[in-house]
Write a protein that binds this ligand. Structure first.
Ligand code: ATP
Ligand code: MG
Length: 360
């Protein structure tokens, strides 16, 4: 009998700037990995939705686009943002226009110092800064609630209302506790600003305290976000899993990426933990128009993103094997300029492909 072959259908959306460059590198590496391992199939469908499409048609996502996406097992996303489109338009029209209807309420950002990369922190070696930042991805400060009155007047008022629902806080907190429990140290740091913000942030603290009783094996500690930035720099080894609001975790994860060596290596997953909708996987960096078209974008963030996507699809071993190959290549010094090297996107990609073929 012919053995049943698992097959995953992936939507790829390169979008803007260096997005298409790193996504095509990621697709090439994933194709090679699947062929070499032979234990699963990957089928890619490319969607050319971007700021260019928007400027031509007035839309980032064509009519019926979300229904097309819904048919896939996962979405592999590059970056959105163009110099001549306001950032809030591009962000809300493409990235958030996928995250929100697909209920991707958990944004997960692993950090680790990879071999071949150097942390600006003196004592951090490869393997250190092994954190997972869990970011609430559906409400909070980025709920899009608020408005402006008296436009242009001296007394103009703008409100940006942060929305925290018990449902929203409980589901992200549960996900964070489960993430912490699945890791060896079983340590969760809950970040808020409940000294200054006495409604939503106090709800976070209460939900965390209640849930801690359900997870007696997880050690929980509480931090205010300002003190948290200091702790990440001065005592990074005291941290493991971190949960924070949409805004706070957005900032903390950029800091984490910089501490780990470069924004060019960090991945992020937008998960619907109920698995009713496809989840979306993307490098943390943006479209980086300053280096677009030069062939020097670091594809490592996208390779790590690809590994996170495989792990979510259930191919944990393949994900670990891919990361080992990526680290071997970085460790051998084949790295782009942001990591102090001279390699191009293409050279790093070809080196990872060669490593997969040679070692797997
Ligand atoms: P966006 O507006 O979409 O966030 P951006 O132009 O602000 O994009 P970021 O991606 O946020 O750019 O990154 C900031 C800078 O970091 C870029 O200008 C670029 O020089 C550098 N950078 C980002 N990603 C990479 C990468 N993959 N490889 C190398 N350098 C990168
Ligand atoms: Mg940016």
């Amino acid at each position: 009998a012919i053995p049943l072959q698992k097959s995953y259908s992936i939507a790829s959306i390169g979008a803007d700037g260096i997005g298409p460059e790193v996504i095509s590198a990621g697709v090439a590496v994933l194709r090679c990995l699947a062929e070499t391992l032979g234990s699963f199939d990957l089928e890619f469908t490319d969607y050319d939705w971007s700021s260019e499409t928007y400027k031509r048609t007035g839309k980032y996502i064509p009519d019926g686009g979300l229904d097309q996406l819904r048919k896939h097992d996962a979405i592999f996303f590059g970056a959105v943002g163009a110099p001549d489109v306001p950032d809030h338009v591009s962000l809300w029209s493409l990235r958030l226009a996928i995250c929100q209807p697909f209920q991707q309420f958990a944004n997960v950002r692993p950090t680790r110092v990879l071999r071949g990369t150097r942390s600006p922190l003196r004592d951090c070696k490869p393997g250190d800064l092994d954190w997972v930042i869990v970011r609430e991805n559906s409400e909070g400060e980025y709920a899009g609630q608020g408005g402006r009155s008296h436009k242009g007047r001296a007394w103009e008022t703008a409100t940006e209302v942060a929305i925290f629902t018990r449902h929203g806080v409980e589901r992200i907190m549960r996900f964070a506790f489960e993430t912490a429990r699945a890791r060896p140290r079983k340590l969760l740091t809950v970040v808020t600003k409940s000294n200054a913000q006495r409604n939503g942030m106090v709800l976070w603290d209460e939900v965390a305290a209640d849930m801690a009783r359900e997870f007696p094996d997880v050690t929980v500690d509480k931090m205010l976000v300002d003190a948290m930035t200091t702790r990440m720099v001065l005592n990074p080894k005291s941290l493991d899993t971190i949960v924070a609001t949409n805004l706070h975790a957005d900032i903390l994860s950029d800091l984490a990426a910089a501490l780990a060596g470069s924004i060019g290596i960090a991945p992020t997953s937008n998960l619907d933990p109920t698995r009713e909708n496809p989840s979306m996987f993307e490098p943390i960096h943006g479209s980086a128009f300053d280096i677009t078209g030069k062939g020097i974008a670091n594809p490592v963030a996208t390779f790590w993103t690809a590994a996170e996507m495989l792990a979510w699809l259930g191919e944990e071993e393949a994900a670990a094997q891919l990361m080992a190959c990526v680290e071997n290549v970085c460790g051998a010094g084949v790295v782009t300029a942001d990591l102090g090297g001279t390699a191009t996107t293409k050279q790093v990609t070809e080196a990872v492909i060669a490593e997969i073929k040679a070692t797997l």
